[in-house]
Write a protein that binds this ligand. Structure first.
Ligand SMILES: [Zn+2]
Length: 427
C-alpha cells in the first residue's frame, strides 16, 4: 500500500493540514478568484492554523465557479493539457482544466482507488465508461491503472456486444461501470446465450449511481445486479470539481478519503460541522491541485461520515454514499424525499422495466411528482407498485403509463454519460 492511509490518525491529520496550508498560500499567490475573496474578507492565509480559522473563509459555490470560471485558473493557459467539463447534473456543465501535475495527481488518486478494491499488477480491468466526451474520470481510470501497472481494456461506454466480446478475448477480472449498465450487460448476455455467471469478471468498480444506503447495505439497484450476477460491487464517488475519487475497500463500509489529496468537511445548513453519522453537505478543499484548486467548495451532495478505524487497516475518514443532492430535495404531500428514495422503490420492483421520475411545481407552487413507466406493466402490478410506494415512502406519486420510446428519449439525452432517471422541472 502506498500513501499515508495506514499511518496513525494524528500523523495523517498533520500531513493533511500541511498540504492545506500549502494550498492556501498557493491560492493567495496565484488565484484571481481567491485573492479577491481573501482581500474582501481581510483573510491572512498565513494565520489559518486551525479548523476554526478555516471556517472564517466563505464557502465557494457552484454559481461562483460558473460565473467566475476563468478567475479560478492559477496557471498560464499554455500549461493546460486536459480540458474537461463538469457533469452538469445540477445545471449547465462548467469548464475545468488540468496541467501535467494535476494529471499526475489524478493518476495517483485513481491508482490508490484501484488498490482499495484490490486491483494489482497482473490484473486486467475493462473500462466500460467513456474515455472522451470531456469526461475527467475515463482518463483518470486509464492513468491510475497505468501507474499501477495493471492491464487495461478501453471498450468505452455502451455496446454490450463489444463488452462481452472483449471479456471473451482478454479475460479481464475487473470492470469499471455505471451500475445500471451492468444490468444492460446482463440483459444482453441472457438474450444471447452468454454464460456470464462463469465469465472472468470477479468484481466491478461502480461510478455515477449509488449502490448502497446510509447503512452501507446494497440498495435496490445493487441487490438487483448482485442477484443476477454475483460479482463483488465496489462504490466510488467522485466529481470533476473535486478532481478526486473516494472509493470503498473490500469491507464496504464507506468510501475512503485520500487525505493527502483532499480536505473534507460535512456541514449543516448553518455551516457548522455535523457529528459522526449525521447528514450534512460535503464541502471540499482540493489539495496539491495546480490549475483550478477549490477552497471550501460546496458540492451540494448530502453525506454522512465515519472515522472509526476500518478493518482494512486504513486510518482515514470514510464518507457514506450520496444520500441526496441538496437542490433536489422534494417536499411532496408533507413528506421529505430525495430522488434516490423514489428510484430505489422503482428499482426494487421487477415489473417496472423502464421509468423516469419527474418533479415539477403545481399551480399552488408545491412540488408534484410524476413517474412515467413503461406501459407493459399489468394492472395488478401497477396496484402493487402503488401499495409499495405507500409502504416505503408513505406517499403515492402520480404514475403515467407511456411508450418505452418516450422514456428513452428523456433518459439518454445527447452527450449524457449515464442514464438520466430524474428530471427536475421546478426551475
Ligand atoms: Zn477500509
Amino acid at each position: 500500500m502506498t500513501s499515508i492511509q495506514t499511518d496513525p490518525i494524528e500523523k495523517i491529520a498533520r500531513i493533511q493540514w500541511l498540504e492545506l496550508q500549502k494550498q492556501l498560500l498557493y491560492l493567495q499567490k496565484n488565484s484571481g478568484f481567491y485573492k479577491k475573496l481573501f482581500k474582501e474578507h481581510k483573510i491572512d492565509v498565513s494565520k489559518i492554523k486551525t479548523e476554526a480559522d478555516l471556517k472564517l473563509i466563505p464557502i465557494t459555490t457552484k454559481e461562483d465557479l460558473q460565473r467566475y470560471n476563468e478567475d479560478f485558473i492559477c496557471i498560464p493557459s499554455e500549461e493546460i493539457i486536459d480540458h474537461v467539463t463538469t457533469s452538469g447534473t445540477l445545471g449547465s456543465p462548467v469548464n475545468f482544466a488540468l496541467n501535467e501535475a494535476d494529471l499526475e495527481r489524478l493518476a495517483l488518486n485513481e491508482m490508490q482507488s484501484f488498490e482499495l478494491i484490490g486491483v494489482k499488477k497482473g490484473d486486467k480491468v475493462q473500462i466500460t465508461t467513456t474515455l472522451d466526451r470531456r469526461f475527467i474520470a475515463g482518463m483518470a481510470y486509464f492513468l491510475g491503472l497505468r501507474k499501477l501497472g495493471a492491464g487495461i481494456i478501453r471498450t468505452g461506454s455502451g455496446m454490450p456486444h463489444l463488452q462481452w466480446d472483449s471479456i471473451a478475448r482478454f479475460k479481464p477480472n475487473y470492470l469499471v461501470a455505471v451500475p445500471s449498465f451492468l444490468l444492460k450487460m446482463i440483459e444482453y448476455a441472457e438474450a444471447n446465450g452468454i454464460d456470464y455467471k462463469n465469465s472472468s469478471i470477479k468484481a466491478a468498480m461502480c461510478i455515477g449511481e449509488p449502490l448502497r444506503d446510509q447503512n452501507f447495505e446494497l440498495n435496490a439497484l445493487g441487490r438487483k445486479i448482485k442477484e443476477l450476477w454475483p460479482i463483488e460491487l465496489f462504490s466510488t464517488y467522485a466529481s470533476t470539481e473535486m478532481a478526486t475519487a473516494f472509493t470503498e475497500c473490500k469491507y464496504h463500509t464507506g468510501n475512503h478519503i485520500q487525505p493527502e489529496l483532499i480536505y473534507t468537511e460535512v456541514l449543516d445548513d448553518a455551516g457548522n460541522p455535523v457529528k459522526i453519522g449525521e447528514i450534512g453537505e460535503l464541502v471540499i478543499t482540493t489539495l496539491q491541485v495546480q490549475t483550478m484548486p477549490l477552497l471550501r467548495f460546496a458540492t451540494g451532495d448530502l453525506v454522512s461520515y465515519t472515522n472509526e478505524v476500518c478493518k482494512c487497516g486504513r486510518n482515514t475518514k470514510r464518507l457514506s454514499p450520496i444520500l441526496g443532492r441538496k437542490k433536489q430535495h422534494i417536499k411532496f404531500k408533507g413528506t421529505s424525499l430525495y430522488p434516490q428514495h423514489i428510484i430505489d422503490v422503482l428499482m426494487g420492483f421487477d415489473a417496472v422495466s423502464n421509468f423516469i421520475v419527474i418533479v415539477q411545481k403545481d399551480d399552488m407552487g408545491m412540488d408534484s411528482l410524476l413517474i412515467k413507466i413503461s406501459k407493459s406493466i399489468s394492472d395488478m402490478d401497477l396496484n402493487n407498485l402503488k401499495q409499495h410506494f405507500q409502504a416505503q415512502l408513505h406517499v403515492i406519486p402520480k404514475i403515467a403509463l407511456v411508450n418505452d420510446e418516450k422514456i428513452n428519449n428523456f433518459k439518454n439525452p445527447l452527450g449524457s454519460r449515464k442514464p438520466v432517471m430524474f428530471l427536475d422541472l421546478r426551475n
